[in-house]
Write a protein that binds this ligand. Structure first.
Ligand SMILES: Cc1ncc(C[n+]2csc(CCOP(=O)(O)OP(=O)(O)O)c2C)c(N)n1
Ligand SMILES: [Mg+2]
Length: 327
Protein backbone atom coordinates (compact mmCIF):
# COMPACT_ATOMS: atom_id res chain seq x y z
CA UNK A 1 0.00 0.00 0.00
CA UNK A 2 1.38 3.43 -0.79
CA UNK A 3 1.66 5.20 2.51
CA UNK A 4 -1.06 7.71 1.81
CA UNK A 5 -3.55 5.88 -0.40
CA UNK A 6 -6.06 4.94 2.33
CA UNK A 7 -6.05 8.37 4.08
CA UNK A 8 -6.45 10.04 0.67
CA UNK A 9 -9.52 7.88 0.06
CA UNK A 10 -10.94 8.49 3.54
CA UNK A 11 -10.59 12.26 3.13
CA UNK A 12 -12.31 12.22 -0.28
CA UNK A 13 -15.08 9.99 1.01
CA UNK A 14 -15.65 12.30 3.98
CA UNK A 15 -15.95 15.35 1.70
CA UNK A 16 -18.31 13.47 -0.64
CA UNK A 17 -20.55 12.38 2.23
CA UNK A 18 -20.68 15.90 3.73
CA UNK A 19 -21.69 17.41 0.39
CA UNK A 20 -24.22 14.70 -0.39
CA UNK A 21 -25.79 15.42 3.00
CA UNK A 22 -25.87 19.15 2.22
CA UNK A 23 -27.56 18.33 -1.10
CA UNK A 24 -30.10 16.03 0.56
CA UNK A 25 -31.01 18.58 3.23
CA UNK A 26 -30.82 21.72 1.06
CA UNK A 27 -34.37 22.71 0.24
CA UNK A 28 -35.68 19.19 0.76
CA UNK A 29 -39.34 19.09 -0.36
CA UNK A 30 -41.74 20.08 2.42
CA UNK A 31 -38.91 21.29 4.67
CA UNK A 32 -38.24 24.93 5.56
CA UNK A 33 -35.10 26.28 3.91
CA UNK A 34 -32.61 26.16 6.77
CA UNK A 35 -29.42 26.76 4.77
CA UNK A 36 -29.99 30.31 3.62
CA UNK A 37 -26.98 30.70 1.36
CA UNK A 38 -26.12 29.47 -2.13
CA UNK A 39 -24.07 26.25 -2.25
CA UNK A 40 -21.53 25.42 -4.98
CA UNK A 41 -20.81 21.74 -4.51
CA UNK A 42 -17.50 20.07 -5.38
CA UNK A 43 -19.04 16.62 -5.89
CA UNK A 44 -16.79 15.03 -8.56
CA UNK A 45 -13.87 17.34 -7.77
CA UNK A 46 -12.69 15.85 -4.45
CA UNK A 47 -9.40 14.43 -5.76
CA UNK A 48 -7.92 17.81 -6.65
CA UNK A 49 -8.55 19.25 -3.16
CA UNK A 50 -7.33 16.17 -1.30
CA UNK A 51 -4.37 15.37 -3.57
CA UNK A 52 -3.00 18.91 -3.33
CA UNK A 53 -3.70 19.58 0.36
CA UNK A 54 -2.01 16.31 1.35
CA UNK A 55 1.21 17.80 -0.05
CA UNK A 56 0.93 20.92 2.18
CA UNK A 57 1.96 21.47 5.80
CA UNK A 58 -0.12 23.12 8.54
CA UNK A 59 2.03 26.25 8.10
CA UNK A 60 1.20 26.51 4.39
CA UNK A 61 -1.75 28.71 3.48
CA UNK A 62 -4.66 27.69 1.28
CA UNK A 63 -7.08 30.03 -0.50
CA UNK A 64 -10.25 29.18 -2.39
CA UNK A 65 -13.28 30.40 -4.27
CA UNK A 66 -17.07 30.13 -4.24
CA UNK A 67 -16.55 26.33 -4.57
CA UNK A 68 -14.59 25.99 -1.32
CA UNK A 69 -16.14 23.13 0.72
CA UNK A 70 -13.67 20.48 -0.43
CA UNK A 71 -10.63 22.76 -0.03
CA UNK A 72 -11.67 23.78 3.48
CA UNK A 73 -12.13 20.18 4.62
CA UNK A 74 -9.03 18.91 2.79
CA UNK A 75 -6.88 21.58 4.48
CA UNK A 76 -8.07 20.35 7.86
CA UNK A 77 -11.10 22.57 8.47
CA UNK A 78 -13.50 21.05 10.98
CA UNK A 79 -17.10 20.06 10.31
CA UNK A 80 -18.83 22.07 13.06
CA UNK A 81 -17.51 25.52 12.06
CA UNK A 82 -18.25 24.67 8.42
CA UNK A 83 -21.84 23.57 8.94
CA UNK A 84 -22.40 26.33 11.49
CA UNK A 85 -21.38 28.79 8.77
CA UNK A 86 -23.63 27.26 6.13
CA UNK A 87 -26.56 27.35 8.54
CA UNK A 88 -25.70 30.99 9.42
CA UNK A 89 -25.08 30.20 13.10
CA UNK A 90 -22.87 31.77 15.78
CA UNK A 91 -20.77 28.62 15.69
CA UNK A 92 -19.83 29.21 12.05
CA UNK A 93 -16.18 29.73 11.12
CA UNK A 94 -16.88 33.42 10.42
CA UNK A 95 -19.69 33.75 12.93
CA UNK A 96 -22.48 32.96 10.49
CA UNK A 97 -22.02 36.12 8.46
CA UNK A 98 -20.30 34.64 5.39
CA UNK A 99 -22.08 31.42 4.39
CA UNK A 100 -20.90 28.62 2.16
CA UNK A 101 -18.66 30.76 -0.07
CA UNK A 102 -16.54 32.23 2.74
CA UNK A 103 -15.17 29.19 4.55
CA UNK A 104 -11.91 29.90 6.33
CA UNK A 105 -10.06 28.83 9.45
CA UNK A 106 -6.65 30.37 10.00
CA UNK A 107 -5.85 27.74 12.66
CA UNK A 108 -5.48 25.17 9.88
CA UNK A 109 -4.04 27.57 7.31
CA UNK A 110 -7.30 28.04 5.37
CA UNK A 111 -6.99 31.79 5.08
CA UNK A 112 -9.79 32.91 2.78
CA UNK A 113 -12.46 31.82 0.33
CA UNK A 114 -13.66 34.60 -1.96
CA UNK A 115 -16.44 34.23 -4.53
CA UNK A 116 -15.51 37.15 -6.80
CA UNK A 117 -13.92 35.12 -9.59
CA UNK A 118 -10.09 35.36 -9.58
CA UNK A 119 -9.99 37.95 -6.80
CA UNK A 120 -8.54 35.51 -4.26
CA UNK A 121 -5.41 34.95 -6.36
CA UNK A 122 -3.77 38.30 -5.47
CA UNK A 123 -4.49 37.60 -1.77
CA UNK A 124 -2.52 34.36 -1.97
CA UNK A 125 0.31 36.16 -3.77
CA UNK A 126 0.36 38.90 -1.12
CA UNK A 127 0.59 36.27 1.61
CA UNK A 128 3.48 34.62 -0.26
CA UNK A 129 5.26 37.97 -0.46
CA UNK A 130 4.91 38.34 3.32
CA UNK A 131 6.23 34.78 3.85
CA UNK A 132 9.26 35.52 1.70
CA UNK A 133 9.95 38.84 3.43
CA UNK A 134 9.70 37.08 6.81
CA UNK A 135 12.10 34.34 5.67
CA UNK A 136 9.56 31.57 6.28
CA UNK A 137 9.68 28.14 4.66
CA UNK A 138 5.92 28.04 4.05
CA UNK A 139 4.03 28.54 0.79
CA UNK A 140 0.67 29.80 -0.34
CA UNK A 141 -1.59 27.50 -2.40
CA UNK A 142 -4.53 28.99 -4.23
CA UNK A 143 -7.33 26.99 -5.85
CA UNK A 144 -9.34 28.50 -8.70
CA UNK A 145 -11.33 27.41 -11.74
CA UNK A 146 -10.68 27.56 -15.47
CA UNK A 147 -12.89 30.67 -15.56
CA UNK A 148 -10.60 32.51 -13.13
CA UNK A 149 -7.64 32.15 -15.50
CA UNK A 150 -9.51 34.36 -17.97
CA UNK A 151 -9.50 37.33 -15.60
CA UNK A 152 -7.01 40.17 -15.38
CA UNK A 153 -6.45 39.58 -11.67
CA UNK A 154 -4.85 36.21 -12.46
CA UNK A 155 -2.45 37.70 -15.03
CA UNK A 156 -1.38 40.58 -12.79
CA UNK A 157 -0.87 38.32 -9.78
CA UNK A 158 0.98 35.64 -11.79
CA UNK A 159 3.29 38.24 -13.32
CA UNK A 160 4.15 39.72 -9.91
CA UNK A 161 4.64 36.29 -8.32
CA UNK A 162 7.02 35.24 -11.11
CA UNK A 163 9.06 38.44 -11.05
CA UNK A 164 9.51 38.22 -7.27
CA UNK A 165 9.95 34.40 -7.31
CA UNK A 166 7.29 34.03 -4.62
CA UNK A 167 6.35 30.71 -2.99
CA UNK A 168 2.92 30.28 -4.57
CA UNK A 169 1.23 27.16 -5.88
CA UNK A 170 -1.44 28.15 -8.42
CA UNK A 171 -3.93 25.27 -8.67
CA UNK A 172 -6.29 25.52 -11.62
CA UNK A 173 -9.18 23.07 -11.40
CA UNK A 174 -10.29 22.83 -14.99
CA UNK A 175 -13.82 21.45 -14.80
CA UNK A 176 -14.43 22.62 -18.39
CA UNK A 177 -17.16 25.11 -17.49
CA UNK A 178 -17.69 28.63 -16.29
CA UNK A 179 -21.32 28.30 -15.16
CA UNK A 180 -22.97 27.01 -18.40
CA UNK A 181 -20.30 27.99 -20.94
CA UNK A 182 -17.76 25.33 -21.95
CA UNK A 183 -14.10 26.22 -22.23
CA UNK A 184 -13.99 25.46 -25.96
CA UNK A 185 -16.50 28.25 -26.65
CA UNK A 186 -14.48 30.71 -24.55
CA UNK A 187 -10.88 30.04 -25.54
CA UNK A 188 -8.81 28.47 -28.34
CA UNK A 189 -7.26 25.04 -27.65
CA UNK A 190 -4.52 24.91 -25.03
CA UNK A 191 -5.29 28.35 -23.64
CA UNK A 192 -4.85 27.51 -19.95
CA UNK A 193 -1.30 26.22 -20.47
CA UNK A 194 -0.50 29.26 -22.59
CA UNK A 195 -1.80 31.55 -19.83
CA UNK A 196 0.78 29.99 -17.50
CA UNK A 197 3.54 29.98 -20.13
CA UNK A 198 2.90 33.68 -20.77
CA UNK A 199 4.28 34.33 -17.28
CA UNK A 200 7.16 31.83 -17.64
CA UNK A 201 5.65 29.60 -14.96
CA UNK A 202 6.44 25.87 -14.79
CA UNK A 203 3.37 23.63 -15.20
CA UNK A 204 2.48 20.36 -13.52
CA UNK A 205 -0.39 18.73 -15.38
CA UNK A 206 -2.29 15.79 -13.84
CA UNK A 207 -5.50 13.80 -14.03
CA UNK A 208 -7.56 15.60 -11.40
CA UNK A 209 -9.91 12.58 -11.14
CA UNK A 210 -7.00 10.47 -9.83
CA UNK A 211 -6.09 11.44 -6.27
CA UNK A 212 -2.75 9.62 -6.28
CA UNK A 213 -1.64 11.17 -9.59
CA UNK A 214 -2.69 14.59 -8.33
CA UNK A 215 -0.85 14.06 -5.06
CA UNK A 216 2.33 12.96 -6.86
CA UNK A 217 2.25 16.04 -9.09
CA UNK A 218 1.49 18.34 -6.14
CA UNK A 219 4.40 16.89 -4.16
CA UNK A 220 6.77 17.64 -7.05
CA UNK A 221 5.41 21.17 -7.55
CA UNK A 222 5.67 21.91 -3.82
CA UNK A 223 9.26 20.58 -3.74
CA UNK A 224 10.18 22.93 -6.59
CA UNK A 225 8.68 25.91 -4.74
CA UNK A 226 10.38 24.98 -1.46
CA UNK A 227 13.69 24.67 -3.34
CA UNK A 228 13.35 28.39 -4.05
CA UNK A 229 12.50 28.04 -7.74
CA UNK A 230 9.51 30.39 -7.51
CA UNK A 231 5.83 29.89 -8.25
CA UNK A 232 4.36 26.86 -10.04
CA UNK A 233 1.08 26.11 -11.78
CA UNK A 234 -0.93 22.91 -11.55
CA UNK A 235 -3.42 22.24 -14.33
CA UNK A 236 -5.84 19.56 -13.16
CA UNK A 237 -8.59 18.09 -15.31
CA UNK A 238 -11.72 17.51 -13.29
CA UNK A 239 -15.50 17.63 -13.58
CA UNK A 240 -18.45 19.00 -11.62
CA UNK A 241 -21.25 16.42 -11.31
CA UNK A 242 -23.99 18.70 -9.95
CA UNK A 243 -25.37 22.07 -11.10
CA UNK A 244 -23.09 25.13 -10.93
CA UNK A 245 -24.89 26.40 -7.85
CA UNK A 246 -27.31 24.25 -5.90
CA UNK A 247 -27.86 20.63 -4.98
CA UNK A 248 -29.40 19.26 -8.18
CA UNK A 249 -28.46 17.25 -11.23
CA UNK A 250 -28.73 19.74 -14.11
CA UNK A 251 -28.04 17.44 -17.05
CA UNK A 252 -31.58 17.98 -18.44
CA UNK A 253 -30.70 21.66 -19.08
CA UNK A 254 -28.71 20.46 -22.10
CA UNK A 255 -25.59 22.62 -21.84
CA UNK A 256 -23.36 19.57 -21.45
CA UNK A 257 -22.68 17.35 -24.49
CA UNK A 258 -24.95 14.26 -24.61
CA UNK A 259 -23.31 11.44 -22.64
CA UNK A 260 -20.61 13.73 -21.22
CA UNK A 261 -21.80 13.63 -17.61
CA UNK A 262 -22.20 9.84 -17.70
CA UNK A 263 -18.69 9.45 -19.14
CA UNK A 264 -17.17 11.53 -16.31
CA UNK A 265 -19.24 9.62 -13.72
CA UNK A 266 -17.41 6.48 -14.87
CA UNK A 267 -14.21 8.22 -13.71
CA UNK A 268 -15.66 9.21 -10.31
CA UNK A 269 -12.56 9.83 -8.16
CA UNK A 270 -14.06 8.35 -4.98
CA UNK A 271 -15.32 5.18 -6.66
CA UNK A 272 -12.06 4.79 -8.59
CA UNK A 273 -9.88 5.07 -5.47
CA UNK A 274 -12.10 2.62 -3.59
CA UNK A 275 -11.78 0.08 -6.43
CA UNK A 276 -8.02 0.60 -6.52
CA UNK A 277 -7.64 -0.04 -2.76
CA UNK A 278 -9.66 -3.24 -2.97
CA UNK A 279 -7.88 -4.44 -6.11
CA UNK A 280 -4.46 -3.91 -4.52
CA UNK A 281 -5.55 -5.71 -1.37
CA UNK A 282 -5.04 -2.57 0.72
CA UNK A 283 -8.58 -2.78 2.14
CA UNK A 284 -11.61 -5.03 1.93
CA UNK A 285 -14.98 -3.89 0.63
CA UNK A 286 -16.47 -4.69 4.05
CA UNK A 287 -13.92 -2.48 5.84
CA UNK A 288 -14.58 0.40 3.46
CA UNK A 289 -18.36 -0.03 3.89
CA UNK A 290 -17.90 0.11 7.68
CA UNK A 291 -15.76 3.24 7.31
CA UNK A 292 -18.49 4.86 5.22
CA UNK A 293 -21.14 4.04 7.82
CA UNK A 294 -19.03 5.47 10.64
CA UNK A 295 -18.32 8.70 8.72
CA UNK A 296 -21.98 9.10 7.71
CA UNK A 297 -23.08 8.81 11.35
CA UNK A 298 -20.49 11.39 12.47
CA UNK A 299 -21.59 13.76 9.72
CA UNK A 300 -25.28 13.37 10.46
CA UNK A 301 -24.63 14.26 14.13
CA UNK A 302 -22.72 17.34 12.94
CA UNK A 303 -25.73 18.52 10.95
CA UNK A 304 -27.97 18.19 14.01
CA UNK A 305 -25.50 20.24 16.10
CA UNK A 306 -25.46 22.97 13.44
CA UNK A 307 -29.28 23.03 13.28
CA UNK A 308 -29.49 23.32 17.06
CA UNK A 309 -26.82 26.05 17.37
CA UNK A 310 -27.91 29.64 18.11
CA UNK A 311 -28.23 32.32 15.43
CA UNK A 312 -26.03 35.40 15.90
CA UNK A 313 -27.85 38.09 17.91
CA UNK A 314 -28.70 41.52 16.44
CA UNK A 315 -26.04 43.10 18.66
CA UNK A 316 -23.36 41.21 16.67
CA UNK A 317 -24.32 42.93 13.39
CA UNK A 318 -21.73 45.70 13.73
CA UNK A 319 -18.92 43.44 14.98
CA UNK A 320 -15.77 43.53 12.80
CA UNK A 321 -17.09 46.46 10.74
CA UNK A 322 -14.73 49.03 12.23
CA UNK A 323 -11.33 48.47 13.82
CA UNK A 324 -11.24 48.91 17.60
CA UNK A 325 -9.57 52.05 18.99
CA UNK A 326 -5.98 51.19 19.90
CA UNK A 327 -5.71 50.93 23.71
C1 LIG B 1 -15.69 38.77 -11.31
C2 LIG B 1 -16.88 37.82 -11.35
N1 LIG B 1 -17.54 37.64 -12.51
C3 LIG B 1 -18.60 36.80 -12.56
C4 LIG B 1 -19.02 36.14 -11.43
C5 LIG B 1 -20.18 35.15 -11.48
N2 LIG B 1 -19.63 33.79 -11.42
C6 LIG B 1 -19.63 33.11 -10.26
S1 LIG B 1 -18.90 31.62 -10.42
C7 LIG B 1 -18.62 31.85 -12.04
C8 LIG B 1 -17.95 30.78 -12.88
C9 LIG B 1 -16.53 30.58 -12.52
O1 LIG B 1 -16.00 29.50 -13.26
P1 LIG B 1 -14.70 28.83 -12.78
O2 LIG B 1 -13.71 29.87 -12.37
O3 LIG B 1 -14.28 27.89 -13.84
O4 LIG B 1 -15.13 28.04 -11.45
P2 LIG B 1 -16.17 26.82 -11.29
O5 LIG B 1 -17.49 27.45 -10.94
O6 LIG B 1 -16.21 26.07 -12.55
O7 LIG B 1 -15.64 26.04 -10.14
C10 LIG B 1 -19.07 33.10 -12.47
C11 LIG B 1 -18.95 33.62 -13.84
C12 LIG B 1 -18.32 36.38 -10.23
N3 LIG B 1 -18.65 35.77 -9.09
N4 LIG B 1 -17.24 37.20 -10.22
MG1 LIG C 1 -14.81 25.95 -14.13
Amino acid sequence: MTQTSLPLFEHMLYIRLVEEEIAARYGAPGQPQEMRCPVHLSIGQEATAVGVCAALTDQDHAYSTHRCHAHYLAKGGLLDPMLGEIYGKQTGCVGGRGGSMHLMDTRVGMHASIPIVSSVIPLAVGAALAMKMDGLDSLSAVFFGDGAMEEGAWHEAANFARLRALPVLFVCENNLYSVYTPLHLRQPDGALARFAQAHALPIWQADGMDVEATHTAATAAVASIRAGKGPAVMLLDTYRFREHCGPNDDDPLGYREPGELAAWHRRDPVTAQRARLIERGDATAAALDALQQRLAAEISAGFERARAAPLPGPSAAADHVYADEPA
